[in-house]
Design a protein around this ligand. Structure first.
Ligand code: DI6
Ligand code: FE
Length: 400
C-alpha cells in the first residue's frame, strides 16, 4: 500500500506564480507524502510513479495554501466592549488610551487572569481561525508589561501550538504600552529588555515587535529593544505609522525587519526603504475599520517598489476584535484597494515571508502540505463574500 496521497479533480491556486497572480492549475492534482507536497500539476501530467497513491477526489473544489494569520494578539484577558461604546459616543482611541483605558486596561485583565483562563480563551480564538483554513498563527505578548506576565503570555501561546493542529510563531511585544505609573525609558531598560532576555533564554521568542507611536514608544526607545534583539540573534518587526508618521518604518527598515505592520501613514520613501530592506508591509484593515481611520496605506507605492503586502486580522480586544482572516481579505480589497489575488497572496505567500517561514505559503514540491480545500471554484470568491466561510476541509502537515 502506497504511503502517498493524491488529491485529484481540483482547481489549485498554487500562489507560486512569478507574475503575482494565483498560479491556477485546472483539473489539477497534488501528491502528498507524509507532511510534504511531492508534486503538483495537471492530473493528465501526473507521473506514473504516483499511480498507486491513495486518491481523494475533490469534486472540482479549489485548493489553496492553508491561510496564515501573521499578526494577532489572541492571548489576552477580558474585553473592551465599553471602549467600543465610548468611541461611538465620540471618544477617540488615543483619548481613551491617555485616560487609562486602551492597552493598559487589557494589561490589568491579563495580569489578573490565570494561565488556564488565558489558554482557554486563546484556544477558542485559535479554533475560530483554524475553522477558516488557517494553519499558522503569529501570537504576540504585550499585555503583561511585567516580566512574569510577558513570559506567561508567551508560554500560553506555545501551548496553543501544542494543543491544536496549528503552527504558532511568537513575537515578544514588551514595548507595547507604558504601564501606569512608570516612565517609558525606565520601563524599556528595567522591564522590557530584561523580560526579552528571560523570554529568549526560555525559548519563548521567535521575533521581537514593538509599538512605535505617539501614544506608545519613540524610535529611540524602540531602537534599544531592537539592539537587544539583534544581540540575541532574533528577527524584528514593528507596529509603525498606524496613527501618525514618527519614523518607525524607516527605523525598522534599518534593522532589516521581517515586517512593518499597519503602515497607513508610511510615505513613498518608507516604501522604498522597505523594498531595500526586503521587509513585508502587513496591512491590518480590521484596525483601520474599527477605529474608523481615513488614511489608507500607500498600496500603490508598495506595488511600485515591489514591497510584498501581507494581510492579517490583528485580532486584539481594542482596535481589532476581529476573528476572521477571510473578512480581513475582504476589507483589504474594499477599504485598501487590493486585488483579490493580492489579498490571497497576503494571507499565504507574503504572510509566510512576514514570519520568516520558507516552507509554507505556496503549493510547490518540498513545501509543507498545509492546504485549504474550499467549496468555491474561483479564488476571488474567498475575498468577495462577507461573513461566509466556504472551507470544505483543512489539511495540516498532510493530515486532514
Ligand atoms: N496596535 C494595534 O493595533 C494593537 N496594538 C498595537 O500596537 C492594539 C492593541 C489594543 O488596543 O489593545
Ligand atoms: Fe497589533
Amino acid at each position: 500500500m502506497s504511503d502517498l496521497t493524491l488529491l485529484t479533480d481540483a482547481t489549485v491556486a498554487t500562489m507560486d506564480s512569478k507574475s503575482g497572480g494565483y498560479g491556477v492549475i485546472h483539473d489539477a492534482g497534488i501528491v502528498i507524502s507524509q507532511d510534504r507536497i511531492l508534486w503538483v500539476g495537471a492530473v493528465a501530467d501526473c507521473p506514473p510513479d504516483y499511480a498507486d497513491a491513495h486518491q481523494i477526489p475533490c469534486a472540482g473544489r479549489l485548493i489553496t495554501p492553508a491561510l496564515i494569520d501573521c499578526h494577532t494578539h489572541i492571548v489576552h484577558g477580558g474585553h473592551r466592549a465599553r471602549e467600543f461604546e465610548m468611541r461611538l459616543e465620540g471618544a477617540s482611541y488615543q483619548e481613551i488610551a491617555k485616560a487609562g483605558g486602551g492597552i493598559v486596561s487589557t494589561v490589568s485583565a491579563t495580569r489578573a487572569a490565570s494561565d488556564a483562563d488565558l489558554l482557554h480563551h486563546a484556544l477558542r480564538r485559535a479554533d475560530t481561525l483554524i475553522a477558516e483554513g488557517v494553519s499558522t498563527i503569529e501570537i504576540k505578548s504585550g499585555y503583561g508589561l511585567d516580566i512574569d506576565t510577558e513570559l506567561r503570555m508567551l508560554r500560553v501561546a506555545r501551548q496553543v501550538g501544542q494543543q491544536r493542529q496549528v503552527r504558532v510563531v511568537t513575537s515578544f511585544l514588551g514595548a507595547h504600552a507604558v504601564p501606569a505609573g512608570m516612565d517609558a525609558d525606565d520601563y524599556i531598560d528595567t522591564v522590557c529588555i530584561p523580560a526579552l532576555k528571560a523570554a529568549h533564554a526560555g525559548g519563548l521568542v521567535d521575533a521581537v515587535d514593538g509599538f512605535c507611536e505617539g501614544i506608545a514608544f519613540s524610535t529611540d526607545q524602540i531602537a534599544r529593544v531592537f539592539d537587544t534583539a539583534k544581540a540575541l540573534g532574533l528577527p524584528i518587526k514593528l507596529h509603525a505609522e498606524q496613527l501618525s508618521n514618527i519614523g518607525g518604518t524607516a527605523l525598522a527598515a534599518r534593522y532589516c525587519a521581517q515586517s512593518v505592520d499597519h503602515v497607513e501613514y508610511a510615505t513613498e520613501q518608507d516604501a522604498r526603504a522597505l523594498a531595500d530592506a526586503g521587509s513585508v508591509a502587513v496591512l491590518l484593515p480590521g484596525a483601520f475599520y474599527t477605529l474608523r481611520e481615513t488614511q489608507a496605506p500607500p498600496v500603490n507605492a508598495f506595488r511600485t517598489h515591489n514591497v510584498p503586502m501581507a494581510v492579517a486580522t490583528d485580532w486584539n480586544p481594542g482596535s481589532s476584535p476581529m476573528g476572521s482572516l477571510l473578512l480581513a481579505m475582504n476589507m483589504a480589497c474594499t477599504l485598501f484597494g487590493l486585488t483579490p489575488a493580492e489579498a490571497l497572496a497576503g494571507t499565504t505567500r507574503n504572510a509566510a515571508r512576514a514570519l520568516g517561514l520558507t516552507d509554507c505559503g505556496v503549493i510547490a514540491p518540498g513545501k509543507r502540505a498545509d492546504l485549504a480545500v474550499w467549496d468555491v471554484s474561483d479564488p476571488a470568491e474567498l475575498s468577495y463574500r462577507i461573513g461566509v466561510n466556504p472551507l470544505h476541509k483543512r489539511i495540516f502537515g498532510g493530515q486532514a
